[in-house]
Design a protein around this ligand. Structure first.
Ligand code: FAD
Length: 441
């Protein structure tokens, strides 16, 4: 079979690898110049660093297996993480292990205990399917109380979901609680995070090399302009390089991009696909001549600060990996522009100006901070950072098979209730190839 895979992120890369291993003729179309999609890199001190912060959790065996399979397992290290919350009064509370909850003075002791116990038990006592129609806020209020919702969860949900947080289903939080329990060290309940020393770019370079070795044709710098879904099981892909036809096409593009490019989808299906929206993300990479704060991952609950998380990468990795520089991210998810003027401004605003404005707030994290500590600023934005999941998402989830015979979909929007990530991307890719059920060529 002749098969086109659209997109060379982790999902497209693994799909192409699996199909090639079954002997099919596979062509991958990728708009950018490299394999890896959202795990793209930018060099800091001569070392590739992800433009959007990335790490993996211990339980994420799909990506761990891929890393081992591709022969780059020696680069993966497990490093102790630390988490904190910067509260509305700019006080930093540690939140690394469940034990830290006992010292979280913003809520009464009873609420702390209630939150601790219910967070540990909830993933075991309820079934996520029953929580698909329940807004997170209702679930948390009932389970943990209003104070816990206002002081702990609402600020965290604001970081990840911004304006859409009231519509996100409890199933999503259920999966996060269950995931975090699986990744904790059983002895001290702390958390180890996995990072590839020298950057995840090494994984995607190895994946690209492996695809080439397996005979996959990798068409980088080749954005797809149009997919014409044929009725007789033959589909065309149009690019600047010309038009090619295929027996099967698998799209791993963000769903709105697929909807825009595909001609010949039945109208009802097109409307369903078009209803799926994505959260955008801005990440600003800072290099600094000193540490801002000792915490690796700081959730920012002070609403006067325009970014949602401050992630000091060199609190996880040594500065020597980055030419002696300290490296940190200021990150912010935001909803599609129609949700608010602020989201619209972030979608269209000049990135350098946004970064400069955000920098003015670092004194709230460290009162001694001075702009002169920053030696370089590199801002990045994507409009396809994560699919928006709203109550009932589980029932609206798109299957791999589209109504057009031979056209398949494998995208982040189908990962649920788990959060999307590299490991779930590998998992999704393997499930998609299984669903295609093509005989070996
Ligand atoms: C801020 C942020 C933080 C994250 N943190 C983590 C983390 O810590 N750990 C983790 O594991 N995951 C993390 N993720 C998630 C992870 O990056 C994604 O889940 C994963 O990379 C998705 O892979 P994908 O292949 O499904 O999609 P994508 O990576 O989006 O790949 C889609 C590909 O399609 C290409 N494309 C688009 N349009 C066209 C076109 N017209 N023609 C051809 N190609 C096209 C794109 O260039 C891209 O390469 C994070 C993501 C973000 C945004």
């Amino acid at each position: 079979m002749r098969i086109a895979v659209l997109g060379a992120g982790v999902t497209g890369g693994v799909i192409a690898r699996e199909l090639a291993s079954k002997g099919h003729e596979v062509v991958v179309y990728e708009a950018s110049s490299e394999v890896g999609g959202l795990v793209a890199s930018h060099e800091v001190g001569g070392t590739p660093l992800e433009i959007f912060y990335h790490h993996i959790f211990t339980h994420e065996h799909y990506v761990r297996d891929l890393i081992d399979d591709l022969g780059v397992g020696d680069k993966l290290e497990w490093l102790p993480s630390s988490v904190g919350i910067l509260d509305a009064d700019d006080h930093i509370w540690p939140f690394t292990s469940p034990r830290d909850l006992l010292t979280f003075g913003r809520i009464p002791v009873f609420d702390r205990l209630r939150m601790g116990v219910t967070s540990l038990l909830a993933p075991h006592l309820s079934d996520w399917r029953k929580l698909d129609d329940v807004p997170i806020e209702d679930w948390v209020r009932k389970l943990m109380g209003k104070r816990v919702l206002d002081e702990v969860w609402d600020p965290m949900l604001q970081v990840k979901w911004g304006e859409v947080r009231e519509e996100v289903p409890a199933a999503w939080l259920w999966a996060r609680l269950s995931q975090r329990q699986r990744s904790r060290d059983k002895k001290d309940m702390g958390e180890l995070l996995g990072y590839m020393r020298g950057g995840f770019k090494q994984l995607y370079t190895a994946l690209g090399d492996d695809l080439t070795r397996r005979g996959v044709k990798l068409m980088l710098n080749t954005p797809v302009r149009r997919l014409v879904c044929g009725s007789g099981g033959s589909h065309s892909i149009e690019t600047a390089a010309g038009t090619e036809t295929y027996d099967h096409v698998v799209s791993t593009l963000p769903v709105p991009v697929f909807a825009r490019l595909a001609d010949g989808l039945p109208e009802a299906y097109r409307r369903r696909v078009e209803s799926i929206e994505y959260m955008s993300v801005i990440c600003v990479i800072l290099t600094l001549d000193r540490q801002v704060n000792p915490v690796y991952w700081l959730n920012v609950a002070d609403r006067t600060i325009p970014f949602g998380a401050f992630i000091e990468h060199t609190n996880l990795l040594p500065t020597s990996d980055y030419g002696g520089h300290h490296v940190a991210y200021m990150g912010r998810y935001f909803a599609p522009p129609h949700y608010s003027d602020e989201a619209a401004a972030l979608a269209t605003g000049d990135l350098d100006e946004i970064a400069e404005q955000w920098l003015g707030h670092l004194v709230k994290i460290n009162p001694e901070f001075d702009r002169s500590w920053v030696t370089s600023v590199a801002p990045f934005r994507t409009f396809y950072g994560a699919p928006v999941v709203k109550v009932g998402h589980g029932k609206r989830r798109l299957p791999f098979a589209t109504p057009v015979d031979g056209v398949w979909l494998a995208t982040m929007a189908q990962i649920y209730p788990d959060d999307r990530g590299q490991s779930e991307g590998v998992h999704l890719a393997l499930d998609c190839v299984r669903a295609m059920n093509l005989p070996a060529a």
